[in-house]
Ligand binder design. Structure first.
Ligand code: PEP
Ligand code: MG
Length: 656
């Protein structure tokens, strides 16, 4: 038996997806594993139980494991809990341009914001930004009422069979939906979370016991779903409370199937409409014919509901939690969804409708104006071409970047590749991933950053020392150079992918010229080995990230060693200002536009220009519309940012 303590670093704690992933990891081990928090203990193999513990970021917890593989299990699970990147992807995706009939984010209906709202205005919460106006499509299904509560003893086996059949069908349907090419990554992971809820020991076990105790399957499913969703509702955390909807949604779906009651067929919607529902579950949302959905209004729900997250993903304006106004909504022939102000307007008067239409038109014009920049190569007034590229963390983000008009990839963070697995990714697996990335953008350039993890971001298969100051410790290139068995497979994989012809590689956290020389020597060694082994490979330009004051102050010497610089303003700001980038208490000092940081950027650019090598920026500041002109003035020729920011950045550059 092992007992190990940890402080949870998972951002926002163990909500649905981290809890689901953690349980998934735990299930791979034979040993019994329990998570102990101040609120109690839970079987780590049950996502629902984990969620119910309500573990928050910063909580101190213990893992208790007992069994043959307890050591491995504890190491892996601790790494997950202590990794702020666990559960990444929870954040909303960038909202795409709004389809016809909707206004994109930011277009509020200013003229309909009176101090006292007219009776036809229902105030709720903003679930997803943008404005839409359309014909309501009402989804207020009748409550499901089981025909009986109890069954005879000799019906138990058949009833269990019926329940298992319905459960299997639900799982198969959810998996099939998740696999559809049109399903976004976000929806996919929500569907997986729903499957996990449906298969959870706590949920299924209670239902089976209920049926074995002579309960009617549908009645038991509804009862268990209700009890479990109430348990979630009583949690403090609003995000966790919102998960009760997922459980109710799954229970409803299963019970309807058992009762043979058809649920509204949302996939059959054939004309543009605004969905008006009591409580749209994540399952309901995933069945919607989204191309016809202009907006969404729910009487229940909150901004953290899965339905809100999904609406944001698809850029559908949504207002949730408008309260029990079913009668008013049922009489609507037209409805405005104002996802910016978090309100719905039932049967808008001509002025309200005109204001909504104006907001939609203005937003559409802005979005369309930006779309024009998709294939534009932005030139400055003096004719310099600026590359506006994407920062990516996973191959699944490639389509988003291409749609956004990325002119290449300025930063591919390889950390996720290493964190997603239970062991270090193999050379083959990495070569495959980097090749796919390079091919997707060919002939545009792709810059892959070598592994940048450290004491603050542990990964499976590598043990890190506990450090007093992880950001000043064994991270990035420092760790990689000490661990050639980790670094060399990555370098070899990159050389293999370089055969595509558009790959460049950069090294993070450089603070000493010897580090660059050592990396070059290691690359030469890898190349030699590949030649000797007859393995096909190519060549890549090697660059470095400028992230430390030491790199800035030696930029002249470093520029003579490498083919390009990429300034990582996120870390550069933290190190120049001696300000932890994640510490809210000192956030006022963490300012990229601070003269000290801007001077550092300027010095790095000056050294690059003098040496005749290109310099780019790949920190968050690259998308800062106010700073872009300054960076370009300093000589920056590449700006790399999250795909959602690309079009606006291109427009800004073009206006210079
Ligand atoms: C940076 O430091 O600016 C950067 C791009 O790297 P990361 O945010 O991954 O540390
Ligand atoms: Mg960095």
């Amino acid at each position: 038996m092992i007992r190990s303590a940890a402080v949870v670093r998972v951002i926002e704690g163990l909500h649905t997806r981290p809890a689901t992933s953690l349980a998934q990891l735990a299930k791979a081990y034979q040993c019994a594993i329990e998570l102990e928090s101040p609120a109690g203990k839970a079987n780590m193999k049950s996502p629902v139980k984990l969620m119910l513990l309500g573990v928050k970021e910063g909580d101190e917890v213990y893992i208790n494991a007992d069994g043959p593989d307890e050591r491995d299990a504890v190491t892996r699970l601790l790494a997950y809990l202590m990794d702020p990147a666990s559960g990444v992807g929870e954040a909303e995706e960038a909202a795409p341009a709004a389809p016809a009939g909707q206004a994109a984010p930011g277009a509020a209906i200013a003229s309909t914001a009176p101090a006292a709202q007219p009776d036809n205005v229902l105030q709720g919460v903003a679930g997803s930004k943008g404005v839409a106006v359309g014909t309501p499509y009402l989804v207020f299904p009748e409550p499901l009422v089981p025909e009986r509560q109890v069954i005879c003893e000799d019906e138990i086996d058949a009833e269990l069979e019926r329940f298992r059949g319905v459960l299997e069908q639900f799982v198969a349907e959810a998996n099939a939906r998740a696999q559809q090419p049109s399903t976004s990554e976000q929806t996919r992971s929500i569907l997986r979370a729903l499957v996990d809820v449906a298969m959870d020991e706590e949920f299924v076990g209670a239902i089976i016991r209920g049926i074995e105790g002579q309960g009617d399957a549908a009645a038991v499913v509804l009862r268990v779903g209700q009890a479990l969703s109430e348990a979630f509702e009583s949690l403090d955390d609003p995000y966790m409370r919102a998960r009760s909807e997922d459980i109710r949604g799954v229970a409803r779906k299963l019970a309807a199937q058992l009762l043979g009651v058809p649920l509204p067929d949302l996939g059959a919607i054939a004309s543009p409409c605004v969905i008006v529902a009591a409580d749209l579950s994540a399952w309901d949302f995933s069945s919607l014919a989204l191309e016809h959905v202009q907006g969404l209004v729910c009487t229940g729900g909150s901004a953290t509901s899965h339905v809100a997250i999904m609406a944001r993903t698809y850029g559908i304006p949504a207002v949730l939690g408008v309260g029990q106004r079913q009668a008013l909504l049922a009489g609507a022939s037209r409805i405005v969804v104002d996802g910016d102000q978090g309100r719905a307007i039932v049967n808008p008067d001509p002025a309200q409708e005109a204001a909504a239409e104006a907001a939609i038109a203005a937003a559409r014009a802005t979005a369309e104006a930006l779309q024009r920049y998709r294939d534009v190569v932005p030139l400055t007034s003096d004719g310099r071409e600026i590359h506006v590229c994407a920062n990516l963390g996973a191959l699944s983000e490639i389509p988003l970047a291409l749609r956004a008009g990325a002119m290449g990839v300025g930063l591919f963070r390889t950390e996720l590749l290493f964190m997603q697995h239970r062991e270090l990714p193999s050379e083959d697996m990495q070569a495959h991933a980097y090749t796919q990335l390079a091919q997707a953008f060919f002939p545009r350039q792709v810059i892959v950053r070598t592994l940048d993890v450290g004491g603050d971001k542990p990964i499976a298969g590598l043990s890190f020392p506990v450090e007093e100051n992880p950001f000043l410790g064994w991270r990035g290139v420092r760790m990689c150079l000490d661990r050639p068995e980790v670094f060399k497979p990555q370098l070899r994989a990159l050389l293999r992918a370089a055969g595509v012809g558009n790959l460049r590689v950069m090294i993070p956290m450089i603070s000493d010229i010897e580090e660059v020389r050592s990396v070059k020597a290691l690359i030469a060694q890898c190349r030699q080995e590949l030649v000797e082994q007859g393995i096909a490979h190519g060549e890549f330009d090697l660059g470095i990230m400028i992230e430390t004051p030491a790199a800035v102050l030696q930029a002249d010497a470093l520029a003579a060693e490498v083919a390009f610089f990429s300034i990582g303003t996120n870390d550069l700001t933290q190190y120049v200002m001696a300000t932890d980038r994640a510490n809210a208490q000192v956030a006022r000092l963490y300012r990229i536009e601070h003269p000290a940081v801007m001077k550092a950027v300027h010095l790095a650019c000056r050294a690059a220009r003098a040496a005749g090598i290109p310099v780019g920026i790949c920190g968050e500041a690259a998308a800062n519309l106010e700073l872009i002109p300054k960076f370009i003035h300093m000589g920056v020729t590449e700006l790399s940012m999250s795909p959602a920011s690309i079009l606006a950045a291109k427009q800004r550059i073009h206006s210079l």
